[in-house]
Ligand binder design. Sequence first.
Ligand SMILES: [Zn+2]
Length: 140
Amino acid sequence: MVDVHSKETRSYNMSQIKGKNTKPEILVRKFLFAQGYRYRLHNKKLPGTPDLVLPKYKTVIFIHGCFWHRHEGCRYFVIPKTRTEWWLNKINGNVRKDIESINLLKSMGWRILILWECDLKPDKKEHRLELLLKELNANE
Ligand SMILES: [Zn+2]
């Protein structure tokens, strides 16, 4: 069987499926790194495997896809018309896990910041990233 996908395409598809190393995620990483912040990626030892962990700030950051994490009222959260029930189950399961992880992280003393994909679109990202810096530095 011939694999028609290039290696790049394949790893991109995989990253979309696993929801790791997505475009908005890379945007946030690059921005924070340029601002001098250092972080760990996808720390599996923490509940929910946060996308970024900033130990110095006792802060974890999740970059959520609007569809997969049910961004209420967002135009990117649209329930598919086919296999609707399957999708809803899947997405509700994600949301349930998100809530669990957040509660666990809170109880461990972490501060949780959630960034939505839609706020990281080209027309909005500047504003959102500015706000992120403020959130990070609004300590205690
Ligand atoms: Zn959204």
